[in-house]
Design a protein around this ligand. Structure first.
Ligand SMILES: [Zn+2]
Length: 64
């Protein structure tokens, strides 16, 4: 479980929006971003490369 104080200072590295804990993930609160960051050994992995994209992308991306 992630500490509230830690959650308070964590932001999505992609868009600088706050994240919330959902299950074993941290989810970006920006609806146009929505990346989901894994938590490994109680440590949030705040890396865009490690994040999961939302199920329904809001905007087309340049990713292959
Ligand atoms: Zn974001």
């Amino acid at each position: 479980m992630i500490d509230d104080k830690l959650l308070d200072i964590l932001v999505c590295p992609a868009c600088r929006t706050k994240v919330v804990c959902e299950g074993d993930r941290l989810v970006c609160q920006n609806p146009s971003c929505g990346l989901r960051y894994p938590i490994r050994d109680d440590i949030p992995v705040m890396l865009v490369e490690e994040a999961e994209k939302p199920d329904q992308p809001e905007t087309p991306d340049e990713t292959p």
